[in-house]
Design a protein around this ligand. Sequence first.
Ligand code: TPP
Length: 668
Amino acid sequence: MNAPAPLPPPANPKLRRMANAIRALVMDGVEKAKSGHPGMPMGMADAATVLFTQFMRFDPKVPDWPDRDRFILSAGHGSMLLYSILYLTGYPDMTIEELQRFRQLGSKTAGHPERGLATGIEVTTGPLGQGISNSVGVALAERILAAQFGGDVVDHYTYVIAGDGCLMEGISHEALGLAGHLKLNKLIVLWDDNSITIDGSTNLSVSDDQIARFKAHGWATQSVDGTNHDEVAAAIKKAQSSDRPNLIACKTTIAFGAPTKAGTHGAHGTPLGAEEIKGARERLGWDSPPFVIPDDVMSEWRAAGSRGAAVRTAWEAKLNALGAEKKAEFLRRMKGGVPADFDAQIDKICADFRAKNAKLATRQSSGAVLDALVPNVPELLGGSADLTPSNNTKAKGMVDVKPGDYSGRYIHYGIREHGMAAAMNGIAAHGGLIPYGGTFMCFTDYCRPTIRLSALSDLGVIYIMTHDSIGLGEDGPTHQPVEHMAALRAIPHLMVFRPADSIETAEAWSLAIKHRDTPSILALTRQGLPLLRTDPSGGNKTALGAYVLAEASGARQVTLMATGSEVAIAMEARDALAKDGIRAAVVSMPCWSLFEKQPEEYRKSVLGTAPRVGVEAQIRFGWDRWLGEKSAFVGMHGFGASAPIEDLYPHFGITAEKVAEAARSLLS
Ligand SMILES: Cc1ncc(C[n+]2csc(CCOP(=O)(O)OP(=O)(O)O)c2C)c(N)n1
């Protein structure tokens, strides 16, 4: 085989050598782990070096400095790029030992960047398309907080590295459209335009004109040689003063420097191997042993890492200039604590519901909760994927966020459920705001991958999912969730609430807002429901996950367990059974995962030992966890149907009579 052509001389030899430090660490880390993706980081090392040494404002010593620039590695498979840079710039928790433990159990250097494992990882990436879509929320949060606290204390950029895969994913369409519409001009995306994916050349599967596409979405675009430091620097500089979000297409070669694998899909996701690494070291002029960075290069990198300290200190002076009260509020918001009188506000909302004692759909109750909370909890940032009047997500007086005007607190996400959810993850990850957003419960499927990431990365996003069962009626089975409660309950670390009345709705809101590290789903009805929790004693019972709403009068013979709209049906069944002298208790179960966390004693006392009937207008999947041997389930057994609600519940046999019948048959 012919010897590979020598590499062309670099635009900036010093920056090339710094970039080669990344390349060496990437090759060595992947090789040692015998697993990982060396290609992308080696291709983008020059552009990333320019970004981190000349533009990014960050301080490794204070990694959570609120006004830091945000960096999102949307091409999360290239995680070693980020880990190497965090090490080189001096993040104390990213040691050389961590790089040597790449992809090992318990390391900070997981296969893909995981938020919370190491400082400097802003969002969890790996599922392609998510990072770039999160970045829209991050950049939007920056603009909104700047409008609220002033451009002196909130003034940072959001930078992204995304690959071909991120741009091919459908979610990117929603994200790009939203960013372009909102004119998020401080968002700067570097596209690793290397024309390679796993299967081979991008020619195999895509002919999109990405530049034209981004332009059509209202973005500013530039194209550069991604290995030319001067071109990359000039493009970023220009992008910084753009009036639109920015794409910088960086033409690169995957596994730049590798003698035989550069430019091939063979370098995407497998270790290069000892021979290839040796050849790459020679071509790159890198003669240090594995994991060793020469002093001169290290000191350049550490100098780049220290650059931000002065900017941060200057920023602290600006924060002080806000005055004590506003400063404290800013810090409270960034830390994520609720306002001091929050519990009192919830108590008042519940007292009002009880005083009115109205029949309300839980989506209406949720709207009323928001009317009361939004003026007092300034971090709430609402929105809906074009179902605002149905989701009741826009509180009275809420002003729209508009292109170029970020003083509002309500976002019309458009018909972009997945993009909305990903933006909300970004907003939550940015800090300072609590995003909530609505759509129909059935369309949780349209944003499920992102809900999963909210949970995986501890982001307290609040999903308002209305029209939660056949109770929505005429729209029919395409819109009627039946398996969705089960599917959502299956996601770990996600609180799925299905409140039974106004009080449980307010309680669920309280919990969702207070749990800043856990996402919540509020599954809400279209149809009106009676107020069941008339007794104000006992505190927030939804926090228990399940509780006895109505005890049997005398020793329990049967326990009726229900959620949401079916709790009222269970209560009716209890009355019917009482007429026959059967003593039934009703257990409301608004949040299974919270109930699972209660002490065994408590759970036993709620569940009792009597036979059980589960009632939920969903499929049975999951219910056997609670039902026990002598039990029955009244719910859905397949898809719903298009008809008025009055016809649907009897048609599917979800009625008080059927519940009472099921209870009687257990006792006979
Ligand atoms: C949603 C999703 N689908 C599939 C994958 C698996 N995957 C990881 S990287 C990759 C190819 C990405 O190509 P590109 O963005 O061009 O990265 P490069 O080959 O340049 O490293 C695929 C399909 C994934 N991580 N996420």
